[in-house]
Design a binder for this molecule. Structure first.
Ligand code: ATP
Length: 746
């Protein structure tokens, strides 16, 4: 085999030389572009575009440095192809492919060909490298291995097991080298429509979702780089965990967000009781917000007296009610309808004033003057603001949460104690469940954009005037020779103004993050089972094309507002027009640990079958019963940290402080708290924080409390048990839940 390594080394070195050449080329072009000094608007725009292009190319060449080439296919017809992280071509005239991008259709057999269905492939070779050095090659000769005792459906077994057994680092890595057939199907599924990927823990849902993003951007580059791709994850820690995967695949134009960040400009990070989040997540909140907005459109109990120019005018209930009716009939959102309300109020006051002055003597011009004066009067404006205030989503929501009476109007069907859960001081900041409500409020409030539109029109006119000036000067200079085409002949002022408009060179992802009205080309939701009905409404607004990939596991739902069936989530938006696929193999959790998790799943009473583990480790789970919980956990964590790789101590919420302190006293570098540093070797986390993550070893503390403390406690237990890639230990003082009693005591 060592000669084979030599052969591949030669080829791989040639590929790196080609990559270096491209990198140097882009670097030189970038430097040249940056040195250009022309300050004409067209040249500047061109320069910005070129800079962005070369910088992106350089970033991509940097991203593929590790594992540039990882596979080779030998075809039955004698042909051969190398597979890698990007496509490289021969510099010479015939432009032969030297390396095929893993996303290209030609690379597919690398992931799909099996002995039973070789698809023209004679041999699949996995090339393993460390930096630029080839360290191993694993061959599968497809026409000879048909009867071999391999794990059914697994391709590239040696490379796969080597990847799965590697110690974890606290950052997720990509899986391009060992994507399995059932995963490949999903990654390359068509762009359009809603695709649901249901899969048990460790089946690679997150990995598949991210690789799908990279595949879609490659295949539909034009469309998706303009509209962008949004990836939603459960929390900031998780986003940090997966943050490196797409850049390692050479993709940077994807926006990663939590639900709490869905409303631009605000970050919903404050914790709140599960019950409060559940109430906010119900669809009823739409009506509640509608009522809250109407509640701000006030009819005075007593007539209001306004003093304008030392004269008294009266605004009574019926007048206000009529103005309200007029504004509401427009069916415009609150802020957009406000000018109609104001107009109606001013018209009523104008009539009053006209009558006082003697309407018969007044002409239309006089009435218009009165109207203008009243509309500009401070007291009139204050009255309008009181009766139909201009509202931001933030003020609407914080005023609502701050006032029991307002809450009672908005949520008449809630019990008093439920409403009390929503009550809070406006200064405390937003929670994740507030973000969809802010977005809903923005829909209901709308914007009074007349001012903004007037400003934009003025800007446009100014630019046009300026362009006209430029053309006039050019015209003077050109006048000498009537045969020469003048600038006038080629372009008029409005087109020149348009050209000078500054182009926006932010990526689609950057622009989308700041824009509530942005609609994405594709939306991917990870841990999709956790999203509330209100969060789905926002996502559906952000993706009117309904081109979406939702990955999740309804057996792992921890949030009360989360889903227990995909049809419940999607029915309101696409009825039954969505497709579901399933992932069935667990690549993370070894069989020994999965056996325990499977009995918890059975107790959940779902029809879901546990995914089958792809490997065994020979290490059985164990448990220790103790009377000194914190002390024992700290000692076992110290013992566990002697193993290579990461260790998570998973604790019920109520024990985080106590256990965290004990572990920190013993292991000062352990990560603890709201935003734990996952690259630390040992981390103390709640089960909720551990969602979607994985660790080499897991020490689960007091599982009975994990179950007892949450309304979806058994789901949480299932999540906790399936975080380990190698070892699982349980520490408890109380008896363990029935499903865990089979674990041997140590
Ligand atoms: N084809 C593969 N090759 C190598 N590793 C893989 C493959 N598929 C999945 N994995 C690894 O298995 C682990 C679990 O994957 P992932 O986190 O995507 O699963 P998940 O289904 O999202 O799990 P959960 O629902 O528990 O969050 C990861 O370490 C991932 O890299």
């Amino acid at each position: 085999m060592s000669t084979e390594i030599g052969v591949e080394q030669e080829y791989v070195s040639m590929l790196y030389a080609r990559l270096d050449g491209l990198r140097a080329d882009s670097g030189a072009r970038l430097a040249r572009t940056l040195r250009e000094t022309s300050s004409s608007p067209t040249a500047m725009t061109h320069r910005d575009a070129e800079t962005a292009h070369h910088s992106a190319a350089l970033a991509q060449y940097g991203a593929v440095e590790n594992g540039l080439c990882f596979g080779r296919l030998d075809f039955a017809d004698g042909g051969r192809g190398y597979i890698g992280r990007l496509g490289l071509f021969d510099e010479s005239g015939d432009h032969e492919p030297l390396l095929m991008d893993w996303r290209a259709p030609a690379s597919r057999p690398f992931y799909l060909a099996t002995a039973a269905s070789p698809d023209g492939v004679r041999r699949r070779r996995h090339i393993r490298t460390s930096r630029r050095r080839v360290t191993a090659v694993d061959d599968e000769v497809l026409d000879l291995t048909a009867g071999r005792d391999a794990h059914e459906g697994v391709t590239g077994e040696a490379a796969l097991l080597s990847a799965l057994n590697a110690s974890r680092t606290g950052r997720m890595s990509d899986i391009v080298e060992t994507i399995q057939a059932e995963q490949d199907e999903i990654i390359r599924s068509a762009l359009n429509g809603v695709l649901v990927v249901q899969g048990g823990p460790g089946t690679g849902k997150t990995a598949v979702a991210l690789h799908r993003a990279a595949f879609l951007l490659y295949t539909h580059r034009e469309q998706l780089s303009r509209r962008g791709v949004l990836v939603i994850g459960p929390n900031a820690t998780f986003l940090k965990y997966i943050g490196q995967v797409l850049p390692s695949l050479g993709e940077t134009g994807v926006l990663l967000q939590t639900v709490g960040e869905l409303y631009p400009g605000e970050r919903g990070v404050r914790p709140e009781p599960a019950r409060a989040a559940e109430i906010k997540g119900r669809l009823d909140a739409v009506e509640a917000l509608r009522r809250a907005v109407r509640d701000r459109q006030v009819v005075p109990d007593e007539p209001m007296t306004l003093v304008v120019e030392r004269e008294e005018l009266t605004l009574d209930g019926p007048t206000v009610l009529a103005a309200q009716e007029r504004a509401r009939r427009s069916r415009k959102p609150h802020n957009a309808a406000r000018p109609l309300f104001a107009e109606a109020v001013v018209a009523a006051l104008t009539r009053q004033e006209a009558e006082r002055l003697g309407a018969d003597f007044l002409e239309e011009g006089d009435l218009a003057d009165i109207r203008r004066e009243l509309a500009a009067d401070d007291e009139v404006r204050a009255a309008i603001e009181e009766l139909w205030p201009l509202l931001t989503p933030q003020t609407l929501l914080s005023d609502l949460y701050a006032c029991p009476d307002r809450l009672a109007v908005a949520f008449p069907d809630l019990r008093e104690d439920e409403r009390a859960l929503l009550l809070r001081s406006p200064r405390l900041g937003w929670t994740a469940a507030d973000a969809p409500l802010l977005d809903e409020a923005a829909e209901l409030l709308g914007v009074d954009d007349r001012l903004e539109r007037a400003r934009a029109e003025q800007r446009r006119r100014d630019e046009q005037d300026y362009a006209q000036g430029v053309l006039d000067i050019l015209q003077l200079e050109d006048e000498a020779d009537p045969d020469i085409l003048t600038a006038y002949d080629l372009i008029d002022a409005s087109r020149l103004a348009e050209r000078n408009d500054e182009e926006d060179h932010r990526t689609a992802a950057e622009r989308a993050a700041a824009d509530r009205d942005w609609t994405f080309g594709h939306v991917i939701v990870d841990e999709a089972q956790e999203l509330s009905a209100m969060a789905w409404r926002v996502l559906m607004r952000r993706c009117p094309s309904r081109s979406m990939t939702l990955v999740g596991d309804v057996a792992q739902t921890g949030d009360l507002a989360g889903a227990t069936a995909w049809s419940d989530v999607l029915g309101p938006y696409v009825e039954d027009r969505w497709r579901q696929t399933e992932l069935t193999v667990n690549y993370r959790t070894p069989a020994e640990v999965m056996a325990v998790a499977a009995s918890v799943l059975a107790e959940l009473g779902t029809s879901l079958t546990p995914p089958s583990s792809v490997r065994e480790t020979g290490a059985d789970p164990w448990r220790v019963r103790t009377t000194d919980l914190a002390g024992t956990v700290a000692a076992l964590a110290a013992e566990g940290s002697a193993h290579p790789g990461t260790l998570a101590v998973l604790v019920p919420e109520s024990l985080v402080d106590q256990v965290g302190k004990a572990v920190a006293a013993r292991l000062p570098d352990a990560a603890i708290g709201e935003h734990p540093e996952l690259e630390s070797q040992v981390a103390v986390l709640t089960v909720r924080q551990s969602k979607g993550l994985e660790f080499d070893g897991v020490l689960l503390v007091e599982p009975a409390r994990v179950v007892a403390e949450s309304p979806r406690g058994r789901n949480d237990l299932y999540v906790a048990l399936t975080r380990a890639t190698q070892r699982l230990g349980v520490v408890h003082t109380e008896p363990v839940p029935e499903a865990l009693s089979a674990i041997a005591e140590r």
